[in-house]
Design a protein around this ligand. Sequence first.
Ligand code: GLN
Length: 484
Amino acid sequence: MIESFHIAELASNVQAGKLSASEVAKDVISRIERHNGRLHALLHAEPDRILAQARAIDEKRARGEVLGPLAGVPVAIKDAICTEGETTTAGSKILSGYAPPYDATVIARLRGADAILTGKANMDEFAMGSSTENSGYGPTKNPWDETRTPGGSSGGSAVAVAARIALGALGSDTGGSIRQPASLTGTVGVKPTYGRVSRYGLIAFASSLDQIGPFATDIRGSARLLEVIAGHDPHDATSLNVPTASYEAACGATIKGLRIGIPEEYFADGLSDDVARSVRAALAKLESEGCVLRPIKLPHTRYAVATYYVIATAEASSNLARFDGVRYGLRAPAQSLAELYGATRDAGFGKEVKRRILLGTFVLSAGYYDAYYLRAQKMRTLIRRDFDAAFAEVDVVASPTAPTTAFRLGEKANDPLAMYLSDIYTLPASLAGVPALSVPCERGQDGLPVGLQLVAPALQESKLFTIASAIENHYAPTFPPEVR
Ligand code: GLN
């Protein structure tokens, strides 16, 4: 049932009383029962909670109240986002059984818009990874081919939407964790401008990069979700106090005359022919509809991976210091305080998280700070200036989202560098703080989804939705036959 709707249509039906939220909830529960065991998209889902939310929405309507813009819309939540009284682990054993005492701001906004939260989605531990294989609770599978990863770190959110267990989801994107899994699962994923969406209640990975954003089955749905969660929040000092546009109104606006920059650095070594072909075909369609394609240069792109892995690990080493066995989650048996810290962190953190804490502590340590951390900050400025220069000439930048289609489970699991390179096209926009989106284009010859990334100047998300909806007109959203 829900698989035949996108977000806006489902909400209109529930608002108009043609469909009850309880019917939606029952369908969601049956889809979870049928597909989640295999795909492992959700870590925690409680049928009683799903039904109770739906009942409350139906009662609200029965009282004659007008329902919100997400009336009855099932939305999955990345497990890094706090939900009151409901297990939230960030994919880590160190937080097993942790139930936060409050809702993140984005959660409160979803509830206020009458969404149904379907449960907590699997992810790479503390959002560190590009395949969901670093989850402390086992990997998520890609519904397009279950021997492949859905990407990461928000792989569970992406699969919940790709398999139509939910019609929308929230993820977090620090270096590509919304856009890359969206690309690999044939869903829409949006990383808003840094500061556009409140991070209050998001378990921090790298605070100067982390940003919450939506996944959806279609562009309009992603625009509606962003509209609900965006906006100033006094609880997050980095949240911007600027008006939020109507992103949904930007969908379907004219694209005539828009200038699209094509960075030559992004169509080079490591890009699969299949992905290049699909992305170029989509760009040709835009051109035929009146967009102007222009080659541009983002010359510091080649330093993005190195820069990101200094800054993100430095911030992570500091943010993860709070998991010490004293306040949250796991506590290992110990005789002394030092032993408690050591034993808890040794037992609770996985391999990749430990690797990042060590790297981050190293680049911040006396004697290395100037050589690594300070230089990385300077390079981050140069990367941002690349975008400033590009946006003086073009409205948006277009590229592949990821260099390949979905890779096999295990293929890169023991090769951190190969894994890090999956984010080569998404990291620069994160470092520059600018908004970016991944929209499905033609599937590859292997039958797997391909995403096209659009990047806009700060706070100009509307342009992303306008161009992405023009692309979507050519490639109708679809989902894998196994989950029909
Ligand atoms: N894959 C990148 C990393 O491992 C980005 C993750 C993210 O955006 N959270 O850090």
